[in-house]
Write a protein of this length. Sequence first.
Length: 179
Amino acid sequence: MVLVSEAFTTVPESYSTPLQENVYQVLQDLEMAFQRVETEEVITMEDCQQINERLDMDMVKTLFLCNRQKTNFYLFVTCGDKPFKSKEFSQALDIARVSFASAEQMDAMLGTKIGAATIFSTLLEEAKQVQLVLDKDVCEQEYYGCSDGTTTGYLKLKTSDVLEKFLPYVKRQPKIIEV
């Protein structure tokens, strides 16, 4: 069982990473309402159950993938309860099979560690070469639950705000697929 704080609607008193600080600054700048919780370290989707209950929503699953040559990278956001099937993902994008990118690549390109992959990494210059891919089912949810760039901070946002405010702000047009 993971300890989860009460929900807050204010920014944290301190930040663990530059990305986390940037996330909350942008949320304020874009006037995106949010709820957040602080937790013990959370790595797996199973660990997210208490977060889902506290925030009354379902956390997305954000995967950092690459091709065999490690020349093409993908940030794939899908529903937390959906199993990832590399073959289906690859077919939907009409690309060769993908695998998980390394922890070192994740840190270098997304500014996060394993368990903290987030759409907010698109704020970073290093993530410009990463293709953003969204599961259509995620886009149809009322709420978007995700990491704030750490494994100890999680957010609940309106999905429409993520799609209509945040993504235009970072000038990213995601590829939306059905898997």
